[in-house]
Design a protein around this ligand. Structure first.
Ligand code: HEC
Length: 86
């Protein structure tokens, strides 16, 4: 089904939303994943490696899949960013 959009969303509004989502992801990571062990820095693993790390940890952490996906996206993006600047 084609999506029809009227009006537009300002780019800075989208950016603000992303920042809130990112902050949420980071806090979820620190709170949920930091409960059992020291946290790994995002660039300790490649974006690819994070997929399997998350897969083995998600049942441990008992997370909702939406939260797990958000945290995964955050880790992968931060990892990618850190690797690009190295
Ligand atoms: C219920 C406790 C628990 C929670 C919550 C948990 N972990 Fe773990 N994690 C472990 C244990 C125990 C190990 C080591 C044994 C193993 O690898 O299964 C581990 C190992 C890891 C490793 C591998 C460490 C290494 O040096 O190779 C990573 C990465 C990791 N966890 C990430 C996460 C992430 C990301 C989350 C949040 C989604 C998370 N963990 C939540 C218990 C937990």
């Amino acid at each position: 089904m084609p999506v029809h959009v009227t009006g537009f969303v300002r780019a800075d509004a989208v950016t603000d939303d992303m920042e809130v989502a990112w902050m949420n992801a980071e806090m979820t990571y620190q709170f949920t994943c930091g409960a059992c062990h020291e946290l790994h820095a995002p660039d300790d693993f490649s974006p690819q490696e994070w997929i399997s790390q998350m897969q083995s940890m998600v049942w441990n952490a008992n997370m909702r899949s939406a939260d797990a996906l958000m945290v995964l996206k955050w880790l992968q993006t931060k990892s990618e960013e850190a690797r690009e600047t190295k």
